[in-house]
Structures are given as C-alpha cells and as structure tokens.
Design a protein around this ligand. Structure first.
Ligand code: SF4
Ligand code: SF4
Length: 84
C-alpha cells in the first residue's frame, strides 16, 4: 500500500525521479499518486523522500505487477526499470 501526505510534501520531485514505474506526477508543485496500479512496493520513494511524506506498506503490489506484466503481457507506460 502506498500513501502520500500532501501536507508534508515540499515538492522536491525526488519520488518522481526514483520511482521505476512512474507512479508519481507533480500537480500544483506537489507530488501526487497518479498511477497507483503501477506500484510494485519497492520502497524506493519512501527511502528517498527526505521529508517522510511517503509510506509504503508491503502488500500485493509485486504480485499485481507480475500478473499484469508476465501473465497478461501488459507493460506499464513510461517504465524505466530493468524489466523492459
Ligand atoms: S520526495 Fe517527498 S517531498 Fe519530494 S516531492 Fe516526493 S513526496 Fe514530496
Ligand atoms: S514503492 Fe517503488 S514502485 Fe511504488 S511508488 Fe514507490 S518507488 Fe514507485
């Protein structure tokens, strides 16, 4: 599960840069979770947010991605990770 505290976010864009599946977008100088369905719960965004605005709880994200990509052969848009 992925959560973002809008009030804590300072808009540094680090989460946008580090997320391998382009889950975040910037809206009005704040990060928003634009594509939650792409999240694989890797934790990179939480680790790199200096302001503790993001919380990632391990759930079924990886399984969802495996089903979408490996079984249904769906690829996330703008994916920049090594699975391409
Ligand atoms: S890394 Fe944290 S503070 Fe920076 S834009 Fe993302 S949520 Fe906001
Ligand atoms: S946990 Fe990983 S895939 Fe999910 S939003 Fe954060 S960086 Fe992106």
């Amino acid at each position: 599960m992925l959560e973002l505290d809008k009030d804590t976010c300072v808009g540094c864009q680090m989460c946008v840069k580090v997320c391998p599946h382009a889950v975040f977008e910037m809206h009005e100088k704040k990060a928003v979770i634009a594509h939650a369905d792409r999240c694989i719960e890797c934790g990179a965004c939480q680790l790199n947010c200096r302001y503790d605005a993001i919380k990632v709880t391990k759930g079924v994200g990886c399984l969802t991605v495996i089903i979408r990509q490996d079984i249904l052969k769906m690829k996330p848009e703008k994916c920049t990770c090594c699975c391409d």
